[in-house]
Design a protein around this ligand. Structure first.
Ligand SMILES: Cc1cc2nc3c(=O)[nH]c(=O)nc-3n(C[C@H](O)[C@H](O)[C@H](O)COP(=O)(O)O)c2cc1C
Length: 324
């Protein structure tokens, strides 16, 4: 029988299927259900800075007294942190798989002060969900990268647990970004977050949103970048966006991912789909005579390829010629 145990950021996981940060992991009971269904680890629902800020605004009642505002701000922040540290502490008590806390923040100062509490509560690692909307025409690419780097450096100083950084797919250079995050202190990078799907309703003439859920077709982008970065950066890589089946998990491992994060597939098929995916992974390994994940991780990465240039192809020259 194939051994599907893996390590991720120095943590031991019974298998490489990690439940992504989402409402699937937002209560200790749900975390327990993830473990029972066969998760290798969980990333807790993110603590959103914006959410706490909104609660602060709602509760301020329009008061303009700065001291009162400061007091409300402190109370709300404490309440948000207390609820989140309780989620970590109680989840940690209920399961034996790694519990990774997640913070989504848009400004650095706010959360630097709070991350130590997550480690104290028992989080095994911290996933920094850094999603910066680069809408400002005056922000150059280097300034944007520096925001990510400085954030990781600041958090690195305050916690000793491993840190991963979850990013989106759009950077001037993803390999350089992953390297910079590693030098700043990240042990792993999660490729990629799936952002709010911006869309337009042509009947209502209004903005709307597309499906928050991915399909296997979305796997192509993480697959390409994981295969190109694996073995060339110190960072361990976690795949996210489009892992829907055991075969998808095999693909990201072959590309070089340490783990496969799963989200949409579990909303679609239920948590028991983790068991199906694990069986598919094990039977593929048996069929291919692999007894451990390390034997095939990164086998189809660019670094190990005899034709590395094939990984850099951008255009469909032949297909287009054929259709002309
Ligand atoms: C309903 C829902 C809630 C999510 N909440 C979070 C979150 O709190 N933090 C986060 O980092 N990602 C969040 N995500 C993104 C997922 O963790 C994941 O990165 C994304 O869905 C892509 O993976 P998938 O293709 O397996 O769905 C959420 C996704 C969904 C669908």
């Amino acid at each position: 029988m194939a051994d599907v145990t893996v390590t991720y950021m120095g943590l031991s996981l019974p298998n490489p299927l990690v439940v992504s940060s989402s409402s699937l992991t937002q209560t200790p009971e749900k975390v327990q259900q993830c473990e029972a269904a066969g998760a290798g680890a969980v990333v807790l629902k993110s603590l959103f800075e914006e959410q706490i800020e909104a609660e602060i605004d709602a509760d301020s009642g329009g008061t303009e007294h700065t001291e009162a505002m400061d007091y409300i701000r402190q109370m709300q922040t404490d309440a948000g942190m207390t609820a989140y540290t309780r989620l970590i502490r109680e989840s940690r008590k209920l399961v034996s798989i790694p519990v990774i806390a997640s913070i989504n923040a848009v400004s650095r100062d706010w959360w630097e002060d709070h991350v130590a509490a997550l480690e104290d509560a028992g989080a095994d690692a911290l996933e920094l969900n850094i999603s910066l909307m680069p809408h400002d025409y005056t922000n150059r690419d280097e300034q944007i990268l520096q925001f990510y780097v400085k954030t990781v450096e600041a958090v690195r100083k305050r916690v000793s647990i491993p840190i991963s950084v979850k990013i989106g797919p759009q950077f001037t250079s993803l390999p350089a970004t992953v390297d910079a995050l590693t030098w700043a202190g990240a042990s792993a990078v999660v490729l990629f977050n799936r952002f709010y799907q911006f869309d337009i309703d042509v009947e209502k003439l209004s903005l709307t949103s597309g499906s928050p859920f991915s399909t296997s077709a979305d796997l192509s982008v993480p697959l390409r970048w994981i295969s190109m970065i694996h073995g060339r950066s110190k960072a361990e890589l976690a795949a996210s966006s489009g892992v829907h089946s055991g075969a998808d998990a095999v693909k990201v491992l072959l590309a070089g991912a340490q783990v496969a994060q799963v989200c949409s597939a579990l909303y679609r098929h239920g948590l028991e789909h983790l068991g199906v995916m694990r069986k598919e992974l094990e039977s593929w390994m048996d069929r291919k005579s692999f007894t451990a994940v390390n034997q095939f991780r990164g086998k189809l990465s660019q670094k190990k390829s005899d034709t590395p240039v094939a990984f850099e192809r951008l255009q469909y020259i032949k297909a287009l010629v054929g259709r002309e």
